[in-house]
Design a protein around this ligand. Structure first.
Ligand code: SF4
Length: 165
């Protein structure tokens, strides 16, 4: 296939994504969401000690099928550009202080999302010798997403509760 034909095929096909579910009701939005975060949410991802299963699902949530960006959520490269931290995995002893510092580097108002069962309650890694605790043992958590690993549509639904879109 020539480049020209390929470009034509891409142009005709357009972007294909899952049909958007109805927007979340206001009652679904946690009362702790600061008003300035509504509509647009920049997220810094922190892997505090996961097995990388959660990262695969976070990647899927921001990929072309689930496409979390169409609801106003976006991953950024620095906590200084972020409104919220999206934390996956248990917090290992080595990551406890970096997690605290990353939160300190995030401007206020800010939020913390604990994504996956390890982040919520240590999950299958509870009791491990390298585990300092769940995310809420280290920093305050505003919203949790359950699952091991969490489904991409659950991650997107949680993000929509924050953006309200
Ligand atoms: S919740 Fe499951 S997939 Fe995610 S880091 Fe823990 S063990 Fe891995």
């Amino acid at each position: 296939m020539t480049i020209r034909r390929l470009a034509g095929l891409i142009w005709r096909t357009g972007m294909i994504a899952e049909v958007a579910p109805p927007p979340p009701g206001l009652a679904d939005t946690p009362s702790t969401v600061p008003a300035p975060l509504a509509g647009s949410l920049q997220l810094r991802h922190v892997d505090a000690g996961s097995c990388n299963g959660c990262e695969i699902e976070v990647s899927a949530a921001f990929g072309p099928v689930y496409d979390a960006e169409r609801y106003g959520a976006r991953l950024v490269a620095s906590p200084r550009h972020a409104d919220a931290l999206l934390v996956t995995g248990v917090v290992t002893h080595n990551m406890a202080e970096p997690l605290r510092r990353t939160l300190e580097a995030t401007p206020t108002p800010r939020m913390v999302l604990a994504v996956g069962d390890c982040a919520r309650n240590c999950g299958v890694l509870a009791g491990g010798y390298g585990v300092a605790g769940a995310v809420s043992d280290i920093v305050d958590v505003d919203l949790e997403v359950h699952g091991c690993p969490p489904e991409p549509d659950e991650i997107v639904a949680a993000l929509r509760r924050l953006t309200g879109r």
